[in-house]
Design a binder for this molecule. Sequence first.
Ligand code: ASP
Length: 452
Amino acid sequence: MKVCKFGGSSLANATQLNKVIDIVLADPSRRIVVVSAPGKRYSGDTKVTDLLIELASTAQKGENTDRQFGAVVERYAEIAQELKLGDEIVREIEHDLMERLAEVASLAPAEFMDLMKASGEDNNAKLVARAFEARGKRARYASPRETGLVLKGEFGDATLDPASYATLSRAFSNFDGIVVYPGFFGYTKEGKVATFPRGGSDITGSILAAAVCADVYENFTDVDSVYPVDPRIVPEVKDGIATMTYREMRELAYAGFGVFNDDAVIPAVRARIPINIRNTNHPSEPGTMIQQSRRVVPGTVVGIAAADGFCNIVVEKYLMNRAIGFGRKLLQILEEEGISYDHMPSGVDLQCVVVKGLYLTKEKERTVLQRIKRELDPDYVVIEHDLTILMVVGEGMCYTAGMFAKACLALASAGINISMVNQGSSEVSFMIAIRSKDRDTAVRALYKAFFG
Ligand code: ASP
């Protein structure tokens, strides 16, 4: 059985929705269809979820909501009309929205916001189920409430209650035929609607794939595959990645591969369900398969990524290597200041801590520097800004000599100075920090060296 998730761009209008139905009907093992709310029809358009957020905040301010209400209903009405689904479904959606809006005074603001946001996927799932019927195929809408998708934590940023897996698995074993399921939300133990973070339909798909032990989790989006390098930096890149491992995906996603959200796929990864990223607009393309292991060609890399916005805290102190507890004290300062760190390369008398720039406001930076000077008495401390981390990733690099040399040579030939390097003992990737101004040149040089 396959669980397929379709994102907002795949459901933005009637033409797209028909493609989705064709895709599902082309393979009888596509049994569970997770849907997002309708997304952008063209660049500059507004996603239904964003329209709903505007509608909810207007209601919370006690202002007239007619315009925002109309804009949301209009998106569904347009699809229903083009697919000749009749007026009934549009009236149902209108009624549902009105009932939700009526809760504005009785719910806490975050709860009300989630109730409104969730309607985007909920009503779309109902509409998509009708669209299957209009094509003569039976499809059943199933709700997170009846199947037991229980969430905990904060509204708008909820996480799964793991006890849900057993309930979901039981619920789905009772269904046959195609099930259309709304992504992005579930219910708290108290029965309130709660949503995952934005983009959370990917999480729902991943949870369901794990719960039913799917053979594959197909995530349909609007790209043919994951590319080994950002096509905006290297436009000539043609071949996508056919297969990659979970580890490779994680490393590339860390450094900014934006096609998928690595947090979202955690349930599928833990359950070892292969994930297939595919394109709704080119369904014959096999896409990228992400799985536990793959055949690797020694000496090859799978992708090159670059993430901007890093800072490096450099601390030097003569005889640091003999000072017991120096590293712990340094990290403790960061912990107490609420700063998470990413990497910690070191030298004989030198310790660096690489952190994301977003943690270091001007004021935080001052405090951190003052505390390091006061509490660690270093010879020298400085914070370097505007660093980019380049990641060269591939299981095929393990046990192959010369991979790092190749990268250094490529960067040196392009006249780029390396600020810092880091390689974990797993050898599945290495990391090179450079000045952000050199990013594009560096990525192109590495691409040429490893793929050119
Ligand atoms: N519709 C929600 C959003 O725009 C969730 C999703 O599409 O995955 O964030």
